[in-house]
Design a binder for this molecule. Sequence first.
Ligand code: GDP
Length: 362
Amino acid sequence: MKVALIGVGQAGGKVTERLTRFDAEMGYGAVQGALAVNSAEADLQSLEFADTLLIGADRVNGHGVGGDNELGTEVMQSDIQQVLGALDGRVTSSAEAIFVVAGLGGGTGSGGAPVLVHHLQQVYDVPVYALGVLPGRNEGALYQANAGRSLKTIIREADSTLLIDNDAWHEQGESVEGAFETINGKIAQRVGLLFASGEAVEGVGESVVDSSEVINTLRSGGVSVLGYATEIASEDSGENINTAMSVSRQALLTGTSLPDATTADSALLVIAGEPDRIPRKGVERARRWLEDETGSMQVRGGDFPLDSDRLGALVLLGGAERSDRIQEFMNRAREAKKAQERDEERSDPAEQFADDRLENLF
Ligand code: GDP
């Protein structure tokens, strides 16, 4: 699937860069163009693979919006023509979809990405998806509250929002920075493989996934989720029937970008590996299992050739917003917002003296 990527904010830029690099290094050629947009100049300077655009310089002078996502929204609204102009020629006619990438808990990405998605929908005919990073449980209240509002808005605007929970794809005990590196690497590999699986790859049998199957899996909108797992496989495909099942189970049950999301409107199962190692029977069985497990009547599927001694399963779920994890996150965001408002009241001297049992002198 040929895509154009636009990263907004720090996380958006870093993830976009990583994805673009992965796609180039693997020689997939799915990423047609990449642009990183930010109000913080320093964050843009560290990027090599994506083109960059600074916005909001008249408001924040290249220093970013802090954690103020309402300011992030305003800055994107003011400079939207500049951003759309910069995309001219980068979103080429070969792009089959646009992905807007952002950390939903910050300021520029959180506030700016939904605005950008909204405007892209007016300009382009291809689907506009969001790739959103949710803050982990241990991140502060501001991140949770910001992400709640951003998620609500971006789901309304995007054709589908692929969610990555920052708690999902890293090891316990890693430093925050180390964890980001790990998570970004995993996003690049998994999402990069999803893009590539919609590409024509040389020397492949008939059941390669078509881009339209990815797009159809995401058609119901709402939240989408991606899972991945691999295992060592035998050279004889006949011995890999259980392996195909077991990687598919792991991809869905323990390997998804949003833990515990297993209910979906539609699903796509891509089995990746050396063509000789991919067991037809195992793939069919895994697909039926996925149908039962997700309650989805529409499980699409295909193979992706990978030069590896392992067998991998990539599972994409569309319409997965009914998961408990989303409910839990939205509750967390609402609580954080309430706590923030209480704090603001307490720290506002006017509120403290608002009681009219004592009157002002004049
Ligand atoms: P912005 O630059 O104002 O849009 O803010 P950020 O992009 O820094 O957004 C902050 C949110 O993104 C927080 O939830 C962070 O945990 C998360 N975040 C920041 N950098 C990264 C990163 O490199 N990878 C991942 N996965 N999350 C990040």
